[in-house]
Design a protein around this ligand. Structure first.
Ligand SMILES: Cc1cc2nc3c(=O)[nH]c(=O)nc-3n(C[C@H](O)[C@H](O)[C@H](O)COP(=O)(O)O)c2cc1C
Length: 318
């Protein structure tokens, strides 16, 4: 074991984070709801629930269900709207002692830009995460996230108005996430978030109906981790801007796996539903993991995956 505490700081598109663990959008409210639960001085930051130009009620219940090794949601981007957020939540949220990233979405490019412009005028926000990938509404951005030309147009327009770093959150529901990452980077994105949830369907055999009112939903949690890791790896090789990795992280070791795959920082989402302090536990555990594995600077893990062939198992006895 090393004697000195490892250096967990990472620099992410101009933002200095005390460690690479953030709470993911849609699983951490507007941050302030977790003030009494999570010690924010131990996490890198959090991403707010997606914000739209006007308030949205979201989809009808049932909209959250548990699946094997994960969960499906079809919340439908319920939120209070960007103006109410700036007036009612941001004054307290920006005092939470960690980086605050606001997640942004819209039905049209104009909507996205209007949300960003409202946020530009406010203090205390580190970056914008553009949700080009929600699978659960007609207008949640997935149309932008699955068409490279539309994504390029959206990112160009958002970048032209954004006064803060622009992180583009990609959909995994595409054939080539590398193509989408390149489109976002070419259009001026400062970073990529990967990935949002995978579109799924859960059927109740006895009623012969979908378990979710929205019919389909987004799958998240440990069930998607290997898929998300592969996509983070592909994105990080396709672009030179930094990557925020997420999908099924529940432990410090999972964080390390995402960093090795090429992420500079990560987000923890669904794990907060099982343990509301998960993001803090994971961030604290990272220091111990580094000490046990002789890692003095966490930043050195990014992209350090060893791609030499894994040793084959011994031959089975006849
Ligand atoms: C209930 C719920 C709501 C979510 N809402 C949003 C959202 O508003 N905007 C967004 O970009 N992602 C949203 N996500 C996606 C997560 O931020 C994350 O990308 C995804 O769940 C994968 O990470 P995880 O497996 O750790 O949950 C939501 C996820 C869940 C489970």
């Amino acid at each position: 074991m090393r004697e000195h505490a490892p250096d967990l700081r990472v620099s992410f598109c101009g933002i200095e984070l005390r460690n690479p663990v953030l709470a993911a959008s849609g699983t951490f409210g507007y941050g302030v709801e977790f003030e009494e639960i999570v010690d924010m001085r131990h996490i890198g930051g959090f991403v707010t629930k997606g914000l739209s130009r006007a308030p949205m009620a979201g989809n009808a219940a049932p909209r959250l269900i548990e699946t094997s090794a994960g969960m499906m949601n079809a919340v439908g981007l319920q939120n209070m709207g960007v103006t109410a957020f700036v007036e009612q939540k941001l004054p307290a949220a920006r005092r939470l002692h960690c980086a605050l990233v606001t997640n942004v979405f819209g039905a049209t490019i104009d909507d996205y830009c209007a949300v960003i412009q409202t946020l530009n005028a406010a203090e205390g926000i580190a970056a914008y995460e553009l949700n080009a990938s929600c699978p659960n509404t007609q207008h949640g951005g997935m149309v932008f996230g699955t068409d490279a030309d539309l994504l390029r147009e959206l990112v160009c327009a958002a970048k032209a108005v954004a006064r803060r770093p622009l992180i583009v959150k990609l959909s995994p529901n595409v054939t080539s996430i590398a193509t989408m990452a390149r489109a976002a980077a070419d259009a001026g994105a400062d970073a990529i978030s990967a990935v949002n949830t995978f579109v799924g369907l859960s059927i109740d055999a006895s009623t012969r109906r979908s378990r979710l009112s929205n019919f389909t939903g987004g799958l998240s949690g440990p069930a998607i981790k290997p898929l998300a890791l592969r996509m983070v790896y592909e994105v990080s090789r396709a672009v030179s801007i930094p990557v925020l990795g997420m999908g099924g992280i529940t432990s410090p070791e999972d964080v390390v796996e995402f960093l090795l795959a090429g992420a500079t920082a990560v987000q923890v989402g669904t794990a907060s539903y099982a343990d509301p302090r998960a993001v803090e536990h994971i961030a604290r555990g990272l220091s111990e993991w580094c000490q046990q594995h002789n890692v003095s600077r966490i930043a050195e893990l990014t992209g350090a995956l060893d791609r030499t062939e894994s040793k084959s198992p011994p031959p089975a006895k006849a």
